[in-house]
Design a protein around this ligand. Structure first.
Ligand code: PNW
Length: 490
């Protein structure tokens, strides 16, 4: 008798990675430990007024020192992978203008060894929003083509020291969010924007996000080329990029609103994936932006042909998209951002939300958005292997209410189970999805929201840094057990 269950109860293929995700700035703390240089986020959070609770990531959840404890939590969860990012400024405090900080190299080496000793695969991003401040000051980081050389140099060092043990590499986490928030609305460093787009002293909200994104795409290609030419054959790993994804439903059944939803997707997701996988920007962007869009040289295109091995997807939320080109509606000027300027993005239609609103203003619970996003990417990019690199629910807990049981995160369990079911449907219909990472292992520094929005499967008491599993941790553990085939002989 085979104890193997029917494929419908195990939609997740063999070797599927179940993990949790993190990032260097949000988790590590240890701002100046062991020779680390300052990053753009260190500088930004220490500037006045950016973070809602006035906090910063100087200590964060001190994962830099407590990583063994955190790996023990992962072991208990039963995950087989951990997604984290390397802090560029720990490895190269001054970019390529200074020495390699071997203490930083040694730190990540220890983390990787400890993970592997516990049977947990490291899934590693080279950047998760943070760059050495030195590069920002020397030449404006992503606004300059000089960053290509720096990024390649940094990637090379990481492949060289860690690539014998890291089999999944990510060049960028959410470059689309970096470009929009850093250079259009200016709400993230380097705080650049112009006109009515935001409150900045420098920048150009129409042109700069396009230039920054262009340099990120070329930097991705530079790192992929180094990996392919020097390391991949020997090390046998894979390399990809992680995009933030928002699913857009058309506001109505009209052809105009359907086009608006497609445009919104092109201006957010396909913006990066089309050049990397198809060698050109999406046609909607070319039509609307014309000569504002930077172009790729022959030489660039040759490098870009190396593409990627997998697409990482961060999927949390969905919106409606309403046309603003053919119909009258209020929108901003042309440029990039999910929908602004071309389409109106709204969570409400005829008085009803697309999905249940949550305590986080941008998350609406719309599980169908997961299947739709994965299927969209499968169809557009020839079923390139995909990983869900983030999915999870933030919860704002009222600190003054002592009656709240912080462990009782039923909403998060509901959110995760419905999104995972939707993901399972996409896989059953043929999508090549190879992993799922819950955001996040722990409560952590949630960017502009500081420590007020909590995404952890484990609660963190920020005064003592004590970690406590929530209901969702127990639930995820059970889920992984029930959806993984275990060798079993009778
Ligand atoms: C991600 N959206 O950002 C980041 O990768 C994480 O560092 C972050 O902590 C997590 O999500 C939770 O916020 C997002 O517009 C940026 O839908 C933008 C969106 C979603 C997530």
């Amino acid at each position: 008798v085979s104890l193997e269950q029917s494929s419908s109860s195990y939609p997740f293929p063999d070797g599927f990675l179940f993990g949790t995700a993190s990032s260097s700035y949000q988790f590590e703390g240890a701002i100046l430990a062991d020779g680390k240089g300052l990053s753009n986020w260190d500088t930004f959070t220490h500037g006045a007024g950016h973070i809602s609770d006035g906090s910063n990531g100087d200590i964060a959840v001190d994962h830099y020192h407590l990583y063994m404890e955190d790996i023990a939590l992962m072991e208990n969860l039963g995950v087989n992978s951990f997604r984290f990012s390397i802090s560029w400024a720990r490895i190269l405090p001054q970019g390529r203008f200074g020495d390699v900080n071997m203490a930083g190299v040694h730190h990540y080496s220890k983390v990787i060894d400890a993970l592997l000793a516990t049977g947990i695969q490291p899934f590693v991003a080279l950047t998760h929003y943070d760059v050495p401040q030195e590069l920002e000051e020397r030449y404006g980081a992503w606004l300059s083509t000089k960053i290509l050389k720096d990024f390649g140099y940094y990637a090379d060092i990481c492949f060289k020291y860690f690539g014998n043990r890291v089999k999944h590499w990510v060049t960028f986490n959410e470059p689309n969010v970096m470009a929009i928030r850093g250079y259009r609305s200016g709400i993230y460093p380097p705080s650049r924007c112009s006109g009515s787009f935001g409150n900045c002293t420098k920048g150009n909200s129409v042109k700069e996000p396009l230039v920054a994104a262009h340099n990120m795409i070329l930097s991705h290609a530079a790192a992929v080329n180094i990996y392919r030419n020097v390391y991949q054959k020997e090390q046998g790993g894979s390399i990809g990029i992680i995009m933030n994804s928002i699913w857009y439903e058309p506001y109505s059944n009209t052809a105009e609103d359907k086009l608006a939803a497609e445009r919104a997707q092109s201006f957010f997701l396909n913006w990066f994936l089309d050049p990397i996988l198809h060698g050109e920007y999406p046609k909607e962007m070319r039509h609307v932006l014309g000569s504002l869009l930077p172009s790729f040289s022959k030489e660039d295109l040759k490098k870009m042909r190396q593409g990627l091995d997998f697409i990482g997807i961060n999927q949390y939320t969905s919106f409606y998209s309403k046309d603003c080109i053919y119909s009258k509606c209020k929108s901003g000027a042309p440029g990039v951002s999910p929908a602004e300027g071309l389409a109106l993005r709204t969570p409400i239609r005829n008085g009803e939300y697309i999905g249940e609103p949550t305590s986080v203003d941008w998350i609406y619970v719309y599980p169908q958005g997961m299947e739709n996003t994965v299927t969209f990417i499968k169809d557009r990019y020839n079923n390139t292997p995909m990983f869900i690199c983030e999915n999870g629910l933030g919860i704002v807990e009222n600190p003054s209410s002592s009656t709240i049981d912080f462990r009782n995160d039923v909403k998060r369990v509901e959110y995760m189970s419905t999104y995972l079911e939707s993901l399972a449907n996409a896989i059953r219909k043929g999508a090549d999805v190879r992993g799922y990472f819950s955001w996040s292992l722990l409560d952590n520094f949630e960017w502009l929201d500081g420590y007020t929005v909590r995404f952890g499967l484990h609660h963190v008491d920020f005064a003592t840094l004590k970690r406590t599993p929530r209901l969702s941790a127990d639930w995820y553990k059970e889920f992984i057990l029930n959806h993984t085939k275990h060798a079993c002989s009778i």
